[in-house]
Design a protein around this ligand. Structure first.
Ligand SMILES: *[C@@H]1O[C@H](CO)[C@@H](O)[C@H](O)[C@H]1NC(C)=O
Ligand SMILES: *[C@@H]1O[C@H](CO)[C@@H](O)[C@H](O)[C@H]1NC(C)=O
Ligand SMILES: *[C@@H]1O[C@H](CO)[C@@H](O)[C@H](O)[C@H]1NC(C)=O
Ligand SMILES: *[C@@H]1O[C@H](CO)[C@@H](O)[C@H](O)[C@H]1NC(C)=O
Ligand SMILES: *[C@@H]1O[C@H](CO)[C@@H](O)[C@H](O)[C@H]1NC(C)=O
Ligand SMILES: *[C@@H]1O[C@H](CO)[C@@H](O)[C@H](O)[C@H]1NC(C)=O
Ligand SMILES: *[C@@H]1O[C@H](CO)[C@@H](O)[C@H](O)[C@H]1NC(C)=O
Ligand SMILES: *[C@@H]1O[C@H](CO)[C@@H](O)[C@H](O)[C@H]1NC(C)=O
Ligand SMILES: *[C@@H]1O[C@H](CO)[C@@H](O)[C@H](O)[C@H]1NC(C)=O
Ligand SMILES: *[C@@H]1O[C@H](CO)[C@@H](O)[C@H](O)[C@H]1NC(C)=O
Length: 465
C-alpha cells in the first residue's frame, strides 16, 4: 500500500518517532497525540473548557485489559480549539480598545499590551484546533486498531461549521493512520459520510440543546451565570485591583478582568503551535486555579446536576447510546429526531465504530444524564473545590477543546456477558452507579439498567410548564 510522503512525515512527527533523516527540527513540541497539551500544565490545565485537551490523571489504567477483546467503540467529541464566539470577540476587542485609549502606563507584565492589537476572529476552529482533531483521529484509530483496520467509523455531527470541520479533520487523522497501517484492509469509502443534526430553533438534535423552553428561556436559564457571578465577586477584586494599578486609567470592570484572563487561552490557541500567550503571565497559578473553578461552576450549574433540567438535556443522546450498545431501535421522546433515528441509513445499528461531534455544554449534559460525577457534592459558589475532591469533575477535566469520551464494549475470557467501560479524556470512569469492577467495568446489562433516568425521559415534561 502506498502512502503520500507528506502524510507519513506528518504522522511520524506527530507520533514523536524520530524520522532519522528528517530535517533539523525545533524544540520538542509540548502538544502530542497521546497525552495532549502539556505546555505549562500548571496553568494550561486550569483554563476550564478553554484548556486544550490533555490526558487527565486516572486512578484506573486505561489500557485495554488482558484477555479482553474490544467489540465496539464510540467516541463523543467536542470540536477542537476555536476563536471566541462572536459576542465575546466584540467585548474582548472593546476591552483592549479601552485599555489602549485610556491607560497612561503599562507596568510590569502588562508592558506587551503597548503593542498588542486585537486580531482574533469569531466562532471558527483555529489551525491549532484542526490539528487537535487530526491527532484525535490518529489516537482513536491506534487505540481501536483491532476494529479500525477492517471497518469504517459511522460519523455524525451537529451542524455548526466548527463542529463539522472538527469531524472532517478527525476522519482525516483516522484515515491517515489507517493508510499508514500495513495490516489494515483496503477499500474504505473515503471521505466517510457525515450525518448532520441541524442546530437551531425547532430542530431535534441530540448533539445540541435548544428545544426545552424552561431550560433555554425560563426558570432554569440563568443559574449557571448566577453561580459564576457569585464566585467572580469573591475572587476577581484583588486581580482587578492589580490590573488597574498596572494599567492606570484603564478602569477594568469585574467582567473585563475575566475577559483579560480569557484572552490567555484564546491567544494561545490562535497560535498554530499553541505557544503560550503573554496574557497568561498577567496572572498567578493560584488565580488560574480560581478561574478554572469559575468555568467549572458555569458548566455545573448551567448543564449538570446544579441545574434541575441540566441532565435532562443529555437524555436523547443517552437513549441513542443504549440503542447502539444493545442493537435495538431508539426509544426516546425528548430531543431525538425520529426521521433520522428510524432509518438505518442515518442511524445504523450493529456498527463497530461510531463517532459523534458536539459541544462542551451538550457533553456536560450527556455525562450527567449518564449519571457520571453524580457523587460530586453540590459545588459551593464561595470556595474552590479541586477536581480530585469533586469525584473527578471539572470543566477542564471533562470538556476541554477537543475533549473525547470513549464508550467501549469488550468481550473477556471467562465472562459470559460483554462488559462496558467509559473513558473521558483518558480517565477511566469508575462506573460506581452500576457496580464498576476494579478496572471500571460493568456488565452491559448492569450498565444499561443504571440508565433509568434517561430511559424514563429525565424531567423532559418540566420543559414545557
Ligand atoms: C476612556 O475613558 C473615558 C472616561 O472614563 C470613557 O468615556 C471612554 O469611553 C474610554 N474610552 C474607551 C475606548 O473605552
Ligand atoms: C513596541 O513596539 C515598538 C516599535 O516596534 C518597540 O520599539 C517597543 O520596544 C515595543 N514595546 C514593547 C513593550 O514590546
Ligand atoms: C475591533 O473593533 C474596531 C472598532 O472598534 C474594529 O475596527 C476592528 O475591526 C475590530 N477588530 C476585530 C479583530 O474584531
Ligand atoms: C481541517 O478541515 C478543513 C475543512 O475541511 C480543511 O480545510 C483543513 O485543511 C483541515 N485541517 C487539517 C489540519 O487537516
Ligand atoms: C429531522 O431530520 C430531518 C433530516 O435531516 C430534517 O429534515 C428535519 O427537519 C428534522 N426535524 C426536526 C424536528 O429536527
Ligand atoms: C428562546 O428564546 C429565543 C429568543 O426569543 C427564541 O428564538 C427561542 O425559540 C426560544 N427557545 C425555546 C426553546 O423556547
Ligand atoms: C450557587 O449559585 C446558584 C445560582 O444562584 C444557586 O442555585 C446554588 O444554590 C448556589 N450553590 C450553593 C452551594 O449555594
Ligand atoms: C470606571 O468604570 C465604571 C463602570 O465599570 C464607571 O461607572 C466609572 O465611571 C469609571 N470610572 C472612570 C474614572 O472612568
Ligand atoms: C421532535 O421532538 C418532539 C419532542 O420534544 C417530538 O414530539 C417530535 O415528534 C420530534 N420530531 C421528530 C421529527 O422526531
Ligand atoms: C443521581 O443520583 C441521585 C441520587 O442517588 C438519583 O436520584 C439520580 O437519578 C441520579 N441522576 C442520574 C442522572 O443518574
Amino acid at each position: 500500500m502506498s502512502l503520500p510522503l507528506t502524510t507519513l512525515l506528518v504522522l511520524l512527527a506527530w507520533s514523536g518517532i524520530s524520522a532519522g533523516s528528517s530535517p533539523a527540527q525545533g524544540p520538542e513540541p509540548c502538544d502530542s497525540i497521546w497525552v495532549g497539551y502539556q505546555c505549562q500544565p500548571q496553568i494550561s490545565h486550569s483554563w476550564g473548557q478553554y484548556s486544550p485537551y490533555f490526558r487527565v490523571p486516572s486512578e484506573i489504567s486505561a489500557k485495554i485489559p488482558h484477555n479482553c477483546e474490544i467489540t465496539s467503540a464510540q467516541i463523543l467529541s467536542r470540536h477542537g480549539a476555536r476563536d471566541p464566539t462572536a459576542s465575546k470577540t466584540k467585548v474582548y476587542n472593546a476591552t483592549i480598545s479601552q485599555i489602549r485609549a485610556n491607560a497612561t502606563a503599562f507596568v510590569g507584565p502588562s508592558a506587551f499590551l503597548v503593542n498588542y492589537s486585537y486580531t482574533l476572529g469569531a466562532d471558527q476552529l483555529t489551525t491549532f484546533g484542526q490539528d487537535q482533531m487530526v491527532k484525535s483521529g490518529i489516537k482513536f484509530y491506534t487505540r481501536y486498531a483491532s476494529l479500525a483496520r477492517t471497518v469504517e467509523p459511522f460519523v455524525r455531527s451537529s451542524s455548526e461549521d466548527r463542529v463539522v470541520e472538527s469531524a472532517t479533520n478527525w476522519t482525516e487523522g483516522f484515515h491517515a493512520a489507517k493508510l499508514a497501517d500495513k495490516s489494515a484492509a483496503d477499500g474504505d469509502r473515503y471521505p466517510y459520510p457525515i450525518v448532520l443534526q441541524y442546530e437551531g430553533d425547532g430542530f431535534n438534535n441530540t448533539l445540541n440543546h435548544a428545544l426545552c423552553t424552561e431550560f433555554e428561556n425560563g426558570t432554569y436559564s440563568d443559574i449557571g451565570d448566577d453561580a459564576q457571578a457569585a464566585w467572580a465577586k469573591i475572587f476577581i477584586p484583588p486581580i482587578q485591583a492589580r490590573l488597574n494599578a498596572d494599567l492606570p486609567g484603564a478602569n477594568l470592570s469585574i467582567d473585563q478582568t475575566i475577559y483579560m484572563m480569557d484572552l490567555c487561552p484564546f491567544n494561545t490557541v490562535a497560535n498554530e503551535n499553541g505557544d503560550i500567550s503573554p496574557f497568561c503571565a498577567l496572572f498567578t497559578d493560584l488565580e488560574w486555579d480560581q478561574y478554572s473553578y469559575y468555568e467549572t461552576l458555569g458548566k455545573y450549574y448551567g448543564y449538570s446536576y446544579g441545574n434541575p433540567l441540566g441532565p435532562t438535556q443529555g437524555v436523547g443522546f443517552v437513549n441513542e447510546l443504549i440503542a447502539r450498545l444493545t442493537n435495538t431501535p431508539v426509544q426516546d421522546h425528548t430531543s431525538t429526531n425520529h426521521t433520522l433515528d428510524d432509518s438505518p441509513a442515518t442511524f445504523p445499528l450493529g456498527r463497530k465504530l461510531y463517532a459523534d461531534f458536539s459541544h462542551d455544554n451538550d457533553m456536560t449534559a450527556i455525562f450527567s444524564a449518564l449519571g457520571f460525577y453524580n457523587e460530586t457534592m453540590p459545588l459551593p459558589n464561595s470556595t474552590v473545590v479541586e477536581p480530585e475532591a469533586a469525584s473527578g469533575y471539572s470543566a477542564s477535566w471533562t470538556v476541554p477543546f477537543a475533549a473525547r469520551a470513549y464508550v467501549e464494549k469488550m468481550q473477556c475470557k471467562g465472562q459470559p456477558e460483554e462488559l462496558v467501560r467509559v473513558i473521558v479524556n483518558d480517565r477511566v470512569q469508575p462506573l460506581t452507579q452500576c457496580g464498576g469492577d476494579e478496572l471500571g467495568r460493568c456488565s452491559l446489562s448492569d450498565f444499561v439498567s443504571s440508565l433509568g433516568f434517561a430511559k424514563t425521559g429525565g424531567d423532559w415534561a418540566q420543559c414545557f410548564v
